[in-house]
Design a binder for this molecule. Structure first.
Ligand code: C2E
Ligand code: CA
Ligand code: CA
Length: 639
């Protein structure tokens, strides 16, 4: 008699997994396809195992051909389980690339041998046969089937070990347990063929794999009720593997950020849910992905369908969404890109979406950015620089350089401007003109600004730079920093930390900062000037150069931008502008620094106009701290 209790248990377990899987089923990736095959194969083979146990025990009542047929079906299914698991392990390790031919052959050839043996059995009695008494007997071929199974299990184990680094700990443990369990079970079955334990071992293994290796919930964001970024990446790579054209719409919901601040997190979730539902109704559940924050993505089949979807989305967002009984108007900047026209791989898609979203964030426009050569040109470089910035911020990899400023009156350097430097192994030195605007868009400028400020404090203190005749170091403040209400507290605290007198640092701000952050800036300026710090207006002569700005704010010094200094040499109109601006500023009792002084001719002209300070390559380029001190040493000797 066979002991079927384990088989029954196996059936119940795999059946439960199958039902659960059926209802939870998520994105159709290659992995889920193989897992589906594994689950259904295990279920079917445990059912057929039970059936054949019956037919084997009742051979007399069952027609011989039927007995053979059922046993063969069972064996074909049962022996397919280990190769399918092997396939699963291979996929697990290589998520995106196509499976190479030798892997395919490894999966197929041993199973082809099994199939040949099983199918020829009615004629050769190779694997099993019914003897004269119609009793079920094993043939020699059965040993081959066992050997092949062990081979697959062993191969799966080796693959897992080889690529252990790619799997997380849970996955590794499960893989090892699975291998061990299957080996023990196969060996036990070989020894005591009355105890049908293999099916149970497989059922448990499938359950474990289902629970830990391939958890469908990994692909969904429960709060929002949509597929998540993992699913998005899977879908993209699947389409790309199949060389299937598609168009992605990147959607950023603008205005949500303020919801958390005013209405709380619950409302934020409610809104995201509503938006997800709307997108799912419009495009189909399987096409909508919630990436993170306030970003969604939709995958459509063509640009035409993408355009249709975009129209519907824009129309929907004309009417407010509901949260906490309040109607909330949101805007939706979107971007659209197509494979293979605009993007070549998954990373391209993610980079482009992130880049366009950042761009949309600045513009806060509700328009659509279409990926084309023009718009994509900057994606690569800007995105790379943002990554470099992230790293540099995390590891504090910025340098602060100093450009000495020459005093006409004292005929030596009396101050210097601190200028931040970023260098990267691959990109070389990246100009602040390029990375500061990116850092401002990403909010990283706050950390960079604080880092520079600290470096300057530490530099002043360590080298006691007043000993070198330096009265103050000028630090640039970004517009974003000027918008910080507590900026003054932070700066004062840092200077206190270094035990530094406040007048050793002056702050340079641009006119934009004054326009964008009026009251906050006024407050900050008031707090800091009352303690002896000085404010300089940077880049005067570019932008608006609004006289009201210099009247209204307590600037100590105005910095003439290098462009106006240069054009004064070439063009009389500009010369007059410079001359009279300078006279006006002097009359208002403020100092003037001229930037970009490159020739003696410029210096002479500026001196006749009454300029107080010169900064430019004629005197020194920005240099690192050590070189700066060296330059100062010499300058003191000559003075
Ligand atoms: P900026 O504040 O106008 O700084 C002066 C820029 O003019 C510096 O460029 C300096 O190297 C350059 N310069 C000075 N003299 C000459 C000259 O004679 N000829 C020429 N051709 N150029 C000269 P840099 O260092 O590339 O900085 C560019 C901009 O980046 C700065 O313009 C400033 O707006 C920003 N920046 C630099 N460091 C910081 C920082 O720590 N924080 C913030 N927020 N912005 C910074
Ligand atoms: Ca400056
Ligand atoms: Ca400037």
């Amino acid at each position: 008699m066979y002991e079927v209790q384990y088989d029954v248990a196996a059936m119940i377990v795999t059946f439960s997994v199958a039902v659960h899987f059926f209802y939870k089923k998520t994105v159709n990736t290659r992995m889920t396809f193989v897992l589906t095959a594994l689950i259904y194969l295990s279920l079917a083979s445990s059912v057929f195992d039970l059936i054949t146990v019956y037919t084997i025990e009742h051979t007399k009542e069952v027609p011989v051909w039927l007995n053979y047929a059922l046993n063969e079906i069972y064996l074909l299914m049962f022996n397919a389980i280990t190769p399918v698991y092997y396939m699963y392990v291979i996929y697990l390790n290589k998520k995106t690339s196509r499976m190479p031919l030798h892997d395919r052959l490894q999966i197929l050839i041993p199973y082809a041998v099994d199939t040949g043996l099983i199918l020829s059995t009615p004629f050769t009695h190779c694997v099993f046969y019914l003897d004269g008494q119609r009793a079920y007997r094993y043939g020699n071929g059965m040993a081959v089937l066992y050997a092949v199974s062990l081979l697959y299990i062993w191969a799966s184990f080796v693959r897992t070990v080889q690529s252990a680094k790619l799997l997380h700990k849970g996955q590794r443990i499960i893989s090892y347990c699975y291998t061990l369990a299957c080996m023990v079970a196969v060996v036990m079955q070989m020894v005591t063929d009355r105890l049908l334990i293999v099916q149970f071992a497989i059922a448990i293994a499938v359950l474990l794999i289902y629970l830990s290796l391939e958890n469908p919930e990994d692909y969904a964001n429960k709060l929002v009720g949509a597929y998540n970024d993992h699913a998005f990446v899977e879908m993209l790579s699947m389409h790309m593997r199949k060389r299937r054209k598609f168009t992605v719409i990147g959607i950023r919901i603008h205005g949500l950020k303020y919801i958390t601040e005013t209405l709380g997190v619950t409302s934020w979730n409610q809104l995201l849910k509503q938006i997800a539902e709307f997108l799912q109704q419009t495009c189909g559940k399987k096409r909508v992905f919630y990436l993170s924050g306030s970003q969604f993505a939709v995958i459509t089949a063509s640009t035409a369908s993408a355009n249709a979807v975009i129209k519907k989305i824009q129309k929907r967002f004309l009417t407010p969404f509901q949260a906490e009984d309040a109607g909330i108007s949101l805007s939706v900047p979107m971007c659209m890109l197509s494979y293979p026209d605009n993007v070549k791989n998954v990373d391209d898609v993610l980079d482009a979406i992130e880049y366009f979203n950042v761009a949309a964030n600045i513009g806060a426009s509700a328009g659509v950015v279409y990926a084309n050569e023009e718009t994509l040109k900057n994606v690569g470089r800007d995105f790379q620089i943002i990554q470099i910035l992230r790293r540099a911020v995390a590891h504090k990899q910025f340098d602060v350089w100093y450009q000495p400023i020459y005093s006409v009156e004292k005929k030596r350097f009396t101050s210097a401007e601190a200028l931040v430097r970023l260098s990267d192994e691959e990109y070389g030195v990246i100009s602040p003109e390029e990375f500061i605007p990116l850092a401002e868009k990403n909010g990283m400028i706050l950390e960079i600004g604080m880092y520079v400020f600290r470096e300057v404090c530490s530099f002043i203190k360590t080298h006691q730079i007043w000993e070198y005749g330096i009265e103050t170091i000028d630090v640039n403040l970004s517009v974003v920093q000027c918008m910080q209400e507590k900026l003054y507290e932070t700066l004062l605290a840092i200077m206190d930390e270094y035990g530094l007198d406040y007048h050793y640092i002056s702050l340079e701000i641009t006119e934009t900062a004054a326009i964008v952050s009026r009251e906050t800036l006024e407050q900050n300026m008031h707090q800091l000037t009352s303690r002896g710090m000085r404010f300089f207006l940077d880049d005067y002569g570019t932008g608006f150069s609004n006289t009201a700005t210099i009247i209204e704010y307590p600037f100590h010094t105005i910095k003439m931008d290098k462009t106006i200094v240069w054009s004064a040499m070439e063009n009389t109109k500009a010369m007059h502008a410079l001359k009279y601006s300078m006279a006006m500023i002097k009359a208002m009792q403020m100092n003037v620094i001229a930037e970009g002084v490159e020739t003696q001719e410029q210096a002479d002209l500026l001196e006749t106009m009454g300029c107080d300070f010169f900064q430019g390559y004629l005197y020194s380029k920005p240099v690192n701290g050590a070189d700066f001190l060296r330059t100062l040493g010499k300058s003191l000797v000559y003075a």
